[in-house]
Design a protein around this ligand. Structure first.
Ligand code: DGL
Length: 238
């Protein structure tokens, strides 16, 4: 039994979609969420810039004695998870656009950040569709304005499609809006439940599961402290 927290990291709020799945599947685990708002967005950064930034986050997390790190961000995973695994002894669980399940559909669209799109290989029947600025809008907009912004991106997708992959964790936060806009016939594919299952498997394999005790959830941001979606984020300087 190991009651140290699981770290969940993202450039901003998107990783909360993954955190929710982890809380559902591993309710006994403590979690420490770290949003790197000071460096947000990651989607317009180069892989070099992201790789240079991550060790600062990791060193801070290690001081807080986390037992594993869930990278709840496609952009970080694609840019640097391999390097992180070489450099740190911690178990890492990554997030990648769920393209494999989309291949079961005749025509699929993968929504990603610009940075993630650069790492994906073209597959027949799959359109990679980068959405510059969409994660930023999801951070700050609400209600009708947010819905109109999301619609403006979806309207630009050429042709018809039967599956839509949410290849950025921010997009999972607005899954209900997306699905309302594209209609029931389009299958929305997103990996948060699979990431939570993988987290459990990795922890179980290393005997790191917490089987009892009172879980604690803490939330930090490298940006200004704030309350968002009912969660109080404490400012941390790395
Ligand atoms: N949430 C992040 C992802 O899954 C990226 C958002 C950003 O551009 O920072 O890729």
């Amino acid at each position: 039994m190991d009651n140290r927290p699981i770290a969940i990291i993202d450039s901003g709020l998107g990783g909360l979609a993954v955190a929710r799945a982890i809380w559902r599947q591993l309710p006994q685990e403590s979690t420490l969420y770290l949003a790197d708002h000071a460096f947000f967005p990651y989607g317009d950064k180069t892989a070099g810039q992201i790789s240079a930034r991550l060790p600062q986050l990791l060193d801070w997390l290690i001081k807080r004695q986390v037992k594993a790190v869930v990278i709840a961000c496609n952009t970080i995973t694609m840019a640097t998870i391999k390097t992180l695994r070489q450099r740190y002894w911690l178990p890492f669980i990554g997030t990648e656009p769920a393209i494999k399940p989309a291949l079961a559909y005749p025509d699929a669209v993968v929504l990603t950040t610009v940075a993630t799109a650069k790492h994906l290989t073209k597959q027949p029947g799959v359109l990679i569709f980068p959405c510059p600025g969409l994660a930023e809008a999801i951070e700050v907009e609400t209600g009708k304005k947010l819905k109109a912004t999301i619609k403006s991106y979806l309207d630009k997708i050429p042709g018809k499609y039967s599956a839509l992959v949410l290849g950025c964790t921010h997009y999972i936060l607005v899954k209900a809006i997306i699905s309302g806009l594209v209609g029931e016939k389009v299958k929305i594919i997103e990996p948060s439940a699979a990431i939570a299952r993988q987290t459990r498997a990795v922890l179980a394999g290393k005997q790191l599961l917490n089987l009892s005790g009172k879980p604690k959830r803490s939330f930090y941001t490298t940006g200004p402290a704030r309350r968002v979606r009912g969660i109080i984020f404490t400012r941390c300087s790395l």
